[in-house]
Design a protein around this ligand. Structure first.
Ligand code: MN
Ligand code: MN
Length: 392
């Protein structure tokens, strides 16, 4: 059995996590929070390669304020919770069976990954073309900025992750259908829709009674629910079956990459779903185009982020955590548990791109590499000209 993060701290210090590494450190005498220590062993006892000051690169959805509603709940990790995360923000949302995320729109594009259950999603674009689909576990959707849409839990309800292409996004500040109706004079509504004012007598007017996430009857079968548009359907589908993609299988696990090359409408968010086997490592790499926003689906892992200028810091992650890597900083993600480590990497970009340290060195003249690192010829010969992605 490979050591878990808890074990590494506990074993090191005789049963209790203590900030001691060899001759350095000392026991904690004051107040402390044992569950937090166990979840963050590399903060309590950092590897001695850690150095210098980095911003916080971890936040758990379980440390985020939750908004409870009759149809489900929603919580968010944005730049307010994780200040370094300026490029992307995330929302974790649950819809009960029939539960509706109210018809709405927002200034940011919305990318999503279905974690559990199924949902019916709808949208209409600026040319009046319609979209409707049912999405299940491992499916994605993407709504471009400003496009109106809705989500509804099907028979089993659902839970999903939403990612927005602006760290300042807030789920509590979207443009809601009922909000607009109650902020518009009744005579204007009557004129706009060509019906008597009395037609609007029953719309919800209590400002404290947001629809937002509310219960509704289950929708009929997908084909019965479809509203044909004279303009046709949207030309690029807003949904994608990520888990149906054949994964890239490598020695230490597998990965699926989804960006605008295989999900054309997803022009501002690229993603990878990575599974690292116990003992495996998402190899040392960086991204040449943008920051990385991570969401941990299962297992345990740790990541060291190298920030140049002699700076590096290690963080531990588990299911429900958000991780972040600022633009161009080097990093790895190591499975430190006994189960597969599964996480999502998201980027504010039309394409997924990473630079493999291993491949870079393999494709550089060997004498030049040797002059830097004093590596022996066998080590240089073992470098991989193909990108390893995940090793073990
Ligand atoms: Mn939305
Ligand atoms: Mn990465």
């Amino acid at each position: 059995m490979s050591p878990t993060p808890q074990d590494s701290a506990v074993e090191l210090n005789g049963g209790e996590p203590q900030p001691i590494r060899g001759d350095e450190g000392a026991t904690i005498l004051g107040p402390h929070n044992r569950p937090l220590q166990l979840a963050n062993p590399d903060l309590l006892v950092p590897p001695d390669t850690d150095s210098g000051t980095l911003p916080n690169l971890k936040y758990s959805f379980d440390a985020a304020h939750n908004r409870l509603l009759s149809g489900g709940w929603a919580r968010e990790v944005t730049v307010r919770e994780l200040p370094v995360a300026t490029e992307l923000a995330g929302v974790n949302m649950r819809l009960k069976p029939g539960g509706v995320r109210e018809l709405h729109w927002h200034k940011e594009a919305e990318w999503a990954y279905m974690i559990a259950g199924r949902a019916r999603i709808t949208a209409v674009d600026a040319e009046g073309r319609s979209f409707i689909d049912d999405v299940g576990v491992g499916d994605l959707w993407y709504f471009p900025a400003g496009i109106p849409h809705s989500l509804q839990g099907l028979e089993e309800g659902c839970e999903f992750l939403l990612v927005f292409d602006d760290g300042g996004f807030s789920e509590n500040e979207t443009f809601l259908l009922t909000d607009w109706f109650r902020r518009t004079p009744r005579d204007v509504l009557a004129k706009n829709f060509g019906v008597p004012e009395a037609a609007f007598a029953e719309i919800p007017i209590d400002v404290d009674r947001d629809r937002y996430i509310f219960p509704a009857p289950l929708p009929p079968a997908l084909d019965e629910d479809r509203v044909p548009s004279p303009a046709g359907a949207v030309p690029e589908t807003f949904s994608h079956r990520m888990l149906a993609q054949e994964p890239i299988r490598v020695a230490g696990g597998n990965a699926r990459v989804t960006d605008s090359s295989n999900f054309p409408v997803s022009k501002t968010i690229a993603a990878a779903r990575v599974e690292v086997e116990p003992g495996g490592l998402r190899e040392l790499h960086w991204h040449p185009n943008t920051d990385e926003w991570q969401y941990y689906l299962s297992g345990r892992g740790r990541m060291t982020v190298f920030a140049s200028s002699g700076k590096a810091r290690t963080f531990d992650y588990q299911a429900g955590d958000v991780g972040y890597v600022p633009f161009a900083m080097g990093h790895y993600v190591e499975n430190t548990g006994d189960e597969p480590l599964c996480f999502l990497e998201m980027f504010r970009s039309d394409r997924f791109a990473d630079i493999s340290l291993n491949q870079w060195l393999a494709l550089t003249p060997p004498e030049l590499v040797r002059a830097h690192l004093n590596l022996d010829p066998q080590t240089i010969a073992a470098l991989s000209k193909d990108k390893p992605l995940i090793v073990r």
